[in-house]
Design a protein around this ligand. Structure first.
Ligand SMILES: Nc1ncnc2c1ncn2[C@@H]1O[C@H](COP(=O)(O)OP(=O)(O)OP(=O)(O)O)[C@@H](O)[C@H]1O
Length: 339
């Protein structure tokens, strides 16, 4: 696994490539090792889900890609390539440019991205500031058309309203409209439906899928909700306590899970996926502390199949299929992904 920041060769078609990422948060109790050797790819125009229990590092990964980490975070290894360029080697002005233009994000709470004291109109015109060819009038017309597309009734008159004048579901639709107005190559959606009721969630998931197909952007979709991931995504990465323990196509993960953690999530109650239960099933035991993580398998304390080697040695990534891999000693040495 390359962790040196040299450009990727094997999968040069991917829009986003996260390679061997290690990240710590400095805290008074010591360094929280929140991401460990995380590698992930998002091919152009595909939807990749990241699923895992609370504290597994999903949001931290999303914020690292966006370049929106808090001051106590430090990336100690790895690289992130976006459209072939290492984001960590760019000046911050170039990174900001990419963030407003090629990369967009929607958050769990719409008010994270909406300014409560500015009208939707001024915020939607502002977000198009990279576009120097269109006039303000044209930008307003584009904003209205996008509001219409995401299902805001009477957008012509409502565009002048303020965020508090819309319901939670409508606010999230407005955030989606704003994020897609710049026609990003990659949209990062960090649990965008968690604050909504189940009916609204279904509507927002369908809207995201339709818009992704229309615009042709890729989506990195962070979620607790296995059903939503199964419905929306092409590929899935399963995270546990700061590591990607398994990744593959939706079919690989939901029909042929290889890692005991993924299996535990699915076997707890397979009907939950169908019934659209919105929280991840609870599996016995607790997520381990990320202070002073040792060299063994991170899942071993909760793993029904753990054996001696799991305590002594961290599993490498084993290839199970063309796009399917997992980090577990139960998988044979012959399937090891070449280093
Ligand atoms: N600013 C911070 N300072 C210290 N530790 C942090 C900080 N932000 C996150 N962490 C820790 O990093 C780990 C990963 O957190 P993260 O929020 O990325 O997980 P998550 O999978 O997104 O969880 P959730 O589903 O609850 O949002 C957790 O142990 C968390 O406590």
């Amino acid at each position: 696994m390359r962790r040196d920041g040299t450009a990727p060769q094997m999968s040069s078609l991917s829009l986003l490539e996260v390679r061997g990422l290690d990240l710590y948060f400095g805290t008074p109790s010591g360094g929280v090792h929140a991401l460990r050797n995380v590698s992930l790819e998002v091919p152009a125009a595909q939807i990749v889900g990241i699923v895992g229990e609370s504290g597994s590092g999903k949001s931290t990964l999303a914020y690292t890609v966006m370049g929106l980490l808090p001051e106590n975070a430090e990336v100690t290894a790895g690289a992130i390539f976006f459209e072939g360029r290492n984001l960590f080697n760019m000046p911050s002005s170039a990174r900001r440019g990419i963030r407003g233009d090629r990369l967009s994000m929607i958050f769990q709470d719409p008010m994270t991205s909406l300014n409560p004291v500015r009208s939707i109109e001024s915020q939607m015109i502002d977000i198009q500031h990279h576009d120097r060819l269109r006039s303000r009038r044209e930008k307003r017309a584009r904003a209205i058309a996008m509001l219409q597309r995401v299902g805001i009734p009477d957008p012509d008159s409502r565009i002048g309203d303020y965020p508090h004048q819309f319901s939670g579901g409508m606010r999230q639709r407005i955030c989606i409209a704003m994020a897609l107005l710049v026609e990003p190559a990659l949209l990062i959606a960090d649990e965008p439906t968690t604050a909504l009721d189940a009916t609204l969630e279904v509507q927002i998931i369908r809207l995201l899928k339709d818009l992704q197909e229309e615009i042709g952007c890729a989506v990195l979709f962070v979620s607790h909700h296995l059903g939503a991931v199964a419905e929306l995504c092409d590929r899935v990465a399963v995270m546990y306590a700061g590591e990607v323990v398994e990744q593959g196509t939706v079919r690989d993960i939901f029909h042929n899970p290889a890692h005991p953690y993924t299996r535990a999530l699915l076997e707890c109650d397979p009907g939950r996926i169908r019934k659209r239960t919105r929280t991840l099933p609870t599996i016995p035991g607790d997520v381990p502390s990320l202070l002073g993580v040792d060299g063994g398998c991170i899942f071993r304390q909760r793993c029904p199949s753990a054996f001696d080697r799991c305590r002594q040695e961290k599993p490498v990534e084993y290839r199970i299929g063309p796009e399917h891999s997992a980090r577990c000693h139960l998988l044979s040495e012959e399937q090891k992904v070449s280093a």
